[in-house]
Design a protein. Sequence first.
Length: 173
Amino acid sequence: MGKRKIPFTQFIDEAIGIINTEIYIIRLRIKYPEQFRTHSNTQPLSPLYLADKTTLINIMEMVSGLFLSKDIVYQNGKPAYLVDLAKAFEWLFNIKIGDCYQKHEDVIKRKPGKLTGFLNGLVELIKKEHDKKGYRKPVTYDLFIGDSISSPVISLRLFSELCFINRLTDNNV
């Protein structure tokens, strides 16, 4: 009669065999580390991160705006898909947006007063910097009223103020 093992001891022998194989693989990884390096994500990480106060929905507001504008295109000239724009922002800021379609809908279905709060804030920052650097200068244009240059000249600002006053007095009659 042959040697018959008890099922429990056979299980232990197989477990020891698996452990020995794992030890062998670990030794190979130590000896040849380049062979075991994963090459699935060879794209380097972006050096940019979001400030703590910036939320994902704010970033999605920008992504949604760019998507709807169709100003970001592929090499063939076709507008970029929402998912590709979201992936680009994920890489750019080292974030995970998750379900970009749901977040896009979250942006779209906001109340009208909060629809583009983040983008409006960016616009205000640009305007403030514009004013701070002195690029905004009041401009007045001359407007000729009549049929020739010899007609009286009136400032466009003054003209618009006169029109506004005229509208007020016409509405009160």
